[in-house]
Design a protein around this ligand. Structure first.
Ligand SMILES: N[C@@H](CCC(=O)N[C@@H](CS)C(=O)NCC(=O)O)C(=O)O
Length: 308
């Protein structure tokens, strides 16, 4: 084995030496460079170029532009501009903002439909000059940083149930909304997003393809529509509780996550099967959404421009 490694090492050293000699010749007297070595130099240059390009472009994708001035301790939340239907058109953004309101943490929304956060997704935050992505990680960070614990009244078992419900709605139920909004009803997206018609039209097939691919990679996109509806219906019925909040009489962290997903269904998908389940089949889910909206979003109509 060690003999084999020594051989490989020897061959690599010889290759590098020959490459260096060829590069030297290229810059001193290129007419002396044999064709096979010229090909080797060309191929190596291409390889090095490809590696550098991948590394640089990969880094640029996640390079985040931060504000130069910030207020220490303030949370700057990046997400889309509010629309008529809802203050934040992403369920994870609704979750984050609802959590901030529940925890009484002051924040400033930074409106932009830009995925330029550290994970290429929205929402993301800036805090004390640093960027952070993923609503779940942000909540954990802010709990530590601000000494918040919305789950303090919960038993260990209840915390486990809360986590399971959070993951169910975010990793499973969420895709029902994506299918409904971005794939099956893209042609009605202009009713929701106040962007020029032509912009939405030009993005049509790219947007639908992207979400189809994501759902296929996840696995949920391999089901028929009927199967998907059955899965989402079971999820929604599982969180349909008779208590004021999911885990009892007072809100806890899971309510921010569940409200994040349900609020998008209630206020952005009228006429859909999702809307039917949440408003007609399980009216207590609608009452739950209204309860959280009334308690934590007194400025809803102002933000969405419905108070004019
Ligand atoms: N786990 C993330 C999920 C965030 C997420 O998926 N955001 C969507 C908008 S709802 C997004 O940015 N999608 C764009 C993409 O995936 O390219 C979180 O909790 O923040």
């Amino acid at each position: 084995m060690s003999g084999f490694l020594e051989n490989v090492q020897g061959s690599l050293v010889a290759l590098v030496e020959s490459l260096l000699a060829s590069v030297l010749l290229l810059f001193t007297d290129h007419t002396q460079l044999p064709l096979d070595q010229a090909v080797l130099v060309g191929a190596s240059a291409l390889f090095v170029g490809a590696v550098l390009w991948t590394v640089c472009v990969g880094q640029r994708r996640n390079k985040v532009k931060l504000r130069k001035e910030f207020m220490p301790g303030k949370v700057y939340v990046h997400g889309p501009t509010p629309v008529k239907a809802i203050p934040n058109l992403t369920p994870f953004g609704m979750k984050l903002e609802t959590y901030l309101r529940m925890a009484d943490i002051s924040y400033e929304p930074m409106y932009q439909m830009s995925f330029s956060g550290p994970k290429g997704k929205i929402p993301w935050i800036e805090y004390n000059g640093e960027a952070m992505g993923d609503s779940g990680l942000i909540l954990e960070f802010l709990n530590r940083e601000k000494g918040v614990d919305l789950n303090q009244s919960l038993s260990y078992a209840d915390k486990a149930v809360s986590r399971a419900f959070t993951k169910m709605v975010e990793e499973n139920t969420y895709w029902g909304l994506i299918q409904e909004r971005w794939i099956d009803n893209y042609d009605k997206i202009h009713e929701l997003i106040e962007l020029p018609w032509i912009f939405l039209f030009l993005r049509r097939s790219a947007a639908k393809d992207k979400f189809r691919q994501m759902m296929r990679a996840h696995g949920i996109g391999r089901h028929s529509k009927g199967e998907l509806v059955g899965i989402i219906e079971k999820d929604l019925k599982a969180i349909s509780s008779t208590k004021p909040y999911l885990m009892g009489n007072e809100p806890t962290e899971v309510d921010a996550a569940v409200f994040g997903q349900l609020s998008e269904i209630v206020w952005t998908t009228p006429g859909s099967y999702l809307h039917r389940i949440v408003t007609l089949d399980c009216p207590n889910l609608l009452a739950y959404c209204n309860r959280i909206k009334d308690r934590y979003w007194p400025d809803w109509d102002h933000l969405t421009g419905n108070d004019a």
